[in-house]
Ligand binder design. Sequence first.
Ligand code: GDP
Ligand code: MG
Length: 634
Amino acid sequence: MSIHLEQEVTDLSERRMRLATVIDDYADWLDRQHGIDAERALRLADTASALRQDKLVVAFVAEFSRGKTELINALFFSDHGQRLLPSDAGRTTMCPTELFANSDEAPSLSLLPIETRRREESLARLKHMPIEWSRLSLDPGDPRQLQESLQKLTETKLMPAVEAIEIGLWDNEDPSERHQLRADGTVEVPAWRYAMVNFPHPLLQAGLTILDTPGLNALGTEPELTLSVIPNAHAVMFLLATDTGVTRSDLEIWHKHVNRHSNYHVAVLNKIDMLWDELKSDSEVQAIIERQVEETARVLKLPRSRVFTVSAQKALTASIRGDSALRVRSGIESLEYLLAHQVIPARRDMLYHSVSGEVGSMIDESRVGIATRLKRSSDELIQLSQLSGKNRGLIEEARAALQKEKESYDVTAAQFRVIRKMLKKQGEHLMSQLSEESLHTICEAGRAAMEASMTTRGLTGGIRQLSEQMGSRLHYATQLADNMVDTLDQAYIHFYHHHHLPKTQVPRLDLGAYRNRLEALIRETEAFCRDPANLMLEKRFMIRRFYAGLADEARKAFNLARAEAERWLRIALDPIMARIREHKQYLDTRLASLQHILENMGTLKGRMAQIKGQISELRNDKTELMRIAETFAG
Ligand SMILES: Nc1nc2c(ncn2[C@@H]2O[C@H](COP(=O)(O)OP(=O)(O)O)[C@@H](O)[C@H]2O)c(=O)[nH]1
Ligand SMILES: [Mg+2]
């Protein structure tokens, strides 16, 4: 593990924590402001906790035996003095393996039996069902125990061929797989479907999650990996090996699982040590490697700069032996730089941008709010100082003027209550578009359409129907929300012009991301159906699984959209009510104080002192807010 990488990961984690702390500080600050923005404070607390839990996910994807596991060992675990994950000849990881650190639980290896493929639940859901997993404790202080336990990742078992076909583990019609059938009618299959390694390594503790995947077989039959796990990774390393070049199945993985899906990916040409040849000069060897790199870039249609060369094995050996010349020659450092100086900074910027817009504009609004309150208090103070020592007549006049202002305000507030009632109804109508029941109905109908003909055509029909119905509901909900925003905007403008309430911009409800997601799922389905492998065979199992995977993703998008709409409703409707109440209270106290003064001129001084106290409190709040704003921007 290089210093760069370790530093950058730690730095990313520290920044995340700092940002979360500022957001929490701001939420506390808001909370102290008489609970006007309780809803926003809650939302901020959510944002902060999401930041704290954020993970940087790096996935390694390739056909079997390209050296993914070896590269993971070399990049992240070489300080162990040996291979942490099994990657030596003939013994490799057989199932997708997720490596992370969760300090709430003891270090452990959790394995999901392969038979759970029959289950309807998604992997994501199974992760929350501990009973389905077989669990082993890991002892980070005992390398032998560690290595022995992790050998489990390589386990296979024999399964009757019919069962293996059923759960999509073996294809009897594929000539390249037919030889795997044994005389007793069984085939060898991976023992585990998925593995989770909770391990207290510093990089993992700082928020790195690594995903190691086995070859094409496991990827193709686990739609969730392609539909959600790999696309959600922040970086994907696609491995090739110099001895095999770019094979057909490499290309299949590249096109189906990497190129189209992942946000950021690079190709890594591994095992360059196999081209090292003592009978050739360094520059000759380098030229051979370069030719292969260019060929790889051409076939994958990638810029040359996105193809890396490495010898994972030599890098691991070099790190363990402390051989720095070999380490340099292995090429591992360029991958470390890539992670340290591109992948991690990109994640850092993205995290900051994703929160800065929303939090930044909230802070701006708070500034306006506090300025308004300061102005009100100083207005009152000025008025009182002008009245002090004057006769009752003038005070009576001031009181009468204020009384009139209050009455006119009450009329506006009463009018708004009618509008607000209507808005509330509209809000309910909006939420009914996105209700759990409507989701259920849509999913059932889509499923029925798919089940009616278990073919790829039935599948496209089912998904299309599902996604279109969901999409049109999201669209309608957005329209309703836009109308509500227009009404609210007018109300705010009225309050601003006539009663000097702060100007406030009501945010729009934006469900675009979820509609895009649904459209992407349709494209996904079409690609699946165009794939000859899925067309030629009547793969009912695969179709059903793929449908389940897609429907799950669609449901996720719809549920997220609902949560977003709920939050939006509260943010749109609650603050205006709070501001109206606050302003009414302000007019009431001011009126009452003038009344007191009229009854007893002696209370004027006391009231002035009280307002001075309020002003200095507001000043403190303002200073604190400025500090938060500065830390946040910096
Ligand atoms: N010569 C050579 N062999 C390697 C290298 N990386 C991995 N291997 C070997 O390739 C085989 C497969 O490696 P592994 O990491 O298990 O591949 P995976 O299936 O992609 O995870 C093992 O026998 C490794 O020892 C390398 O850089 N050079
Ligand atoms: Mg492996």
